[in-house]
Design a binder for this molecule. Structure first.
Ligand code: NCD
Length: 302
């Protein structure tokens, strides 16, 4: 794909055309049509994941996606690396580059940490989530999932319910949904809502209001590890903002529910709801492989 960024830090690094192309690529890869993206066996690139924060879905799906494309995969172990001896991230990436690694997926707790590499990237970098800033590949796979479900964002209202103020997923997702014509309702206790919003985005502390307005529900975990202060609302969260099957069955519309995972069952969603057809979180997990294959192909095809 022409002009694909060497560093994918933010959804803002991609044009609408590039986003649509990634979605088409992911779709063809899922349908098994798109073999030209597989790397030649004599030119297999190396992709590493370097995760300074825990992960189940993102890291494993990049590992599977890279190997499905025929790339070599390196699970860089931060805990036994020289990062623990004080070596900087930049020196680590330069070392990987000179060892022949072509691309690195990085997750860091520090918002904006990858911006330092934008001017002169040591190798291709894909942001696997940085602090509360951005998680572009999650938002791209979410958009792909919405299109697959027949939910073109144009003219639709998305209720994003939960800890929006601490969510990098929400930042990336809102950028994509609004650029593709969607409207957003942020809903949660006031400590979880951003102080201000712009564009087609509204705030509400009322779950009933958000459910009344929306076509799609996107729930988020309370990201306690990113809070600096106490979370007094946590104990009453399920009662006030949690969703269960009974509540969903009582709604006039039947909006689908997406969630980036991990779900804290019994907090934002009940187990019966996660096991019901309302919940599309496992579709997101399936689609993550194909969207990340598309992103790796576009990055390394550059
Ligand atoms: C999210 C993350 O790490 O930002 N998870 C994910 O990548 N699928 C959301 C979260 O941690 O709550």
């Amino acid at each position: 794909m022409s002009g694909f960024p060497k560093i994918l830090e933010s959804t803002q690094d991609l044009s609408k055309g590039q986003i649509s192309t990634l979605i088409s690529m992911a779709k063809s890869l899922k349908e098994g049509q798109n073999t030209p993206f597989f790397f030649d066996q004599d030119k297999r690139p190396f992709l590493a994941t370097l995760f300074l924060e825990n992960s189940t879905r993102t890291k494993t799906s990049f590992a599977i996606a890279a190997q499905k494309l025929g790339a070599h995969y390196i699970d860089f172990d931060v805990s036994t690396s020289s990062l623990k001896k004080g070596e900087s991230l930049e020196e680590t990436l330069l070392t990987l580059k000179y060892q022949g690694v072509n691309a690195c997926v990085i997750r860091t707790p520090n918002s904006g940490e990858l911006a330092q590499f934008k001017k002169d990237p040591p190798l291709c970098i894909i942001n696997g989530g940085d602090g509360t800033n951005q998680h572009p590949t999650q938002a791209l796979l979410d958009l792909f999932t919405l299109y697959e479900l027949g939910l073109d964002p144009q003219g639709k209202t998305f209720a994003i319910i939960g800890d929006i103020a601490h969510s990098r997923v929400a930042s990336s997702l809102v950028d994509l949904l609004t650029r593709f014509g969607g409207k957003i309702v942020f809903c949660g206790p006031k400590e979880c809502l951003p102080k201000s919003v712009s564009g087609p985005v509204m705030l509400t502390e009322s779950l009933d209001e958000a459910l009344e307005l929306c076509d799609v529900i996107y729930t988020l975990r309370i990201q306690k590890e990113r809070h600096t202060g106490p979370t007094p609302y946590y104990d009453s969260y399920h009662k006030l903002y949690g969703l269960n099957l009974q509540k969903m069955q009582g709604l006039k519309k039947a909006p689908v529910i997406l969630h980036p995972g991990p779900v804290n069952i019994g907090v934002e969603l009940s187990k019966d709801l996660v096991r019901s057809p309302f919940y599309k979180g496992y579709e997101q997990v399936i689609n993550s492989i194909y969207m990340r294959m598309a992103i790796i192909s576009a990055t390394l095809g550059n």
